[in-house]
Design a protein around this ligand. Structure first.
Ligand SMILES: *[C@@H]1O[C@H](CO)[C@@H](O)[C@H](O)[C@H]1NC(C)=O
Ligand SMILES: *[C@@H]1O[C@H](CO)[C@@H](O)[C@H](O)[C@H]1NC(C)=O
Length: 421
């Protein structure tokens, strides 16, 4: 694939990872990002199974991720008055998927790690403040994709366009001629994140999680920089139709409206939530989003292909980061394994990543997720489990099982590609 000219849309996690692997396979890559700079906000994410395997093939990445990791030692699940039900600790064994991953890192910090790994690469160019205005591709696969840009970059032909612009991908909507919410599978839940410039845990590396009635969950955890990271999550029962609509409507009215909506939803939930809400209204790093999955019948259309949340957002299982890394690696590997045959490479990518996506998108039935060990676990599921405890009233029983539930490993062997080693 030497000399293949590729446009990657989005510079979050999937974008820089895709640029890394495609450049490694010999492509020339342009990455565009519609924001003026790398975005540093966002939640804690974790890297596991296939994601860890890919990370270990990216020179220097694991050390950087460790250096910037949350270093959380456990989570204490507390009652309304703050007394703990119990503490769930990290295993310290990377092959065992604990509830606490040793590769738990803030999304923005991970994005920075990936950007640092790629920004000085001769084959990779980053353009910020830029978006696609239109794309033209011939119906056959033979011709390039002609891309017009919105903000100054010259119209150009690309052999391949990779959409890495998130669950509500505009590139996907453009390519498939659909709305940005088409192919989104809602999970009736949303989360909000922010930090408080004060250590509410007084030096402890054990976070705290609290479940309130109504599917509301709040957690605080230590920030490596001495602040406190707060997460609020709401889960609505499957019986509520379009439960996240009020959240989305508030969201379209801007951050302040969204904060007000969230504060109203959580006010009076108990524990320290009212204090957390007061801090949220003032936080300068407030970020909230609906939790969704993305399910597509095909991961490419012609020469436009999707990687990361745009292609297969994992939703509440929290496997999105691992899938993004796995997808980036497999796309480059499959294209390189089918030189001169783009279509075969894209099909290979889809075939390789599908089973991994299937595993990472599995949402365990609510009650059994508390009571029965499952295979793939992480931050997302942990939070879900905590949040549903309020409904199921099985806190005591759950506590006993959680430790065991989160330790099963679900390893995915990665295909080996000659050019990697
Ligand atoms: C992680 O990102 C935050 C901004 O969200 C920043 O303040 C902090 O310095 C970063 N941490 C590391 C270790 O780079
Ligand atoms: C276009 O790019 C310039 C320079 O990077 C930037 O200052 C401006 O804000 C951008 N405009 C839009 C609409 O993105």
């Amino acid at each position: 694939m030497s000399g293949l000219k590729v446009l990657v849309v989005g510079a979050s996690i999937a974008g820089p990872a895709t640029a890394y692997w495609l450049a490694k396979a010999g492509a020339r890559v342009t990455v565009i990002e519609r924001f003026p700079r790398l975005r540093t906000g966002g939640q804690a994410v974790d890297i596991r199974t296939a994601g860890v395997s890919v990370m270990r093939k990216m020179t220097g990445m694991e050390a950087q991720v460790r250096a910037k990791s949350m270093q959380e030692e456990g989570v204490s699940f507390v009652r309304d008055d703050g007394r703990p039900y119990g503490v769930i600790r990290a295993t310290g064994n990377p092959e065992q998927q604990s509830i606490i991953s040793e590769y738990e890192i803030l999304r923005g910090n991970l994005s920075q790690v990936l950007f640092d790994l790629t920004q000085n690469n001769d084959k990779i160019e980053y353009i910020f403040n830029e978006q696609i205005a239109s794309m033209q591709q011939s119906t056959s696969l033979s011709g390039p994709v002609t891309v017009e840009f919105l903000n100054g970059t010259k119209t150009s032909d690309f052999d391949l366009v990779v959409a890495c612009d998130g669950a509500t991908s505009r590139t996907r909507a453009m390519a498939l001629e659909c709305g940005v919410r088409d192919h989104i599978v809602p999970t009736n839940s949303w989360t909000a994140y922010f930090s408080i410039k004060q250590d509410l845990l007084h030096g402890s590396k054990i976070g705290q999680g609290y479940s309130a009635p109504g599917g509301r969950f709040a957690s605080i955890s230590a920030d490596p920089a001495g602040a406190t990271r707060v997460m609020l999550m709401a889960i609505f029962p499957p019986s509520v139709t379009d439960a996240t609509l009020p959240f989305r409507e508030a969201s379209t009215q801007g951050d302040d409206a969204l904060r007000t909506y969230i504060a109203t939803h959580f006010r009076g939930a108990g524990w320290r939530t009212d204090t957390l809400l007061d801090a949220m209204l003032l936080a300068d790093d407030f970020y909230a989003s609906e939790i969704v999955q993305v399910k597509l019948p095909h991961l490419h259309k012609g020469r436009i292909v999707l990687v990361g949340d745009a292609a297969f957002a994992a939703g509440p299982t929290g496997g999105g980061t691992s899938l993004a890394l796995g997808g980036a690696y497999m796309l480059a590997g499959e294209l390189a394994s089918h030189p001169g045959d783009l279509e075969a490479g894209l099909k290979g990518y889809e075939m390789q990543i599908r089973p991994v996506v299937k595993e990472f998108q599995k949402i365990p039935p609510l009650v059994s997720s508390v009571l029965a060990p499952q295979t793939v676990w992480g931050i997302g599921i942990r939070n879900w489990v905590f949040a549903i405890i309020a409904w199921t009233g099985v806190a005591e029983a759950a506590q006993k099982y959680l430790g065991a539930a989160f330790t099963s490993s679900g390893n995915f062997p990665l295909p080996g590609y000659g050019w990697v080693e």
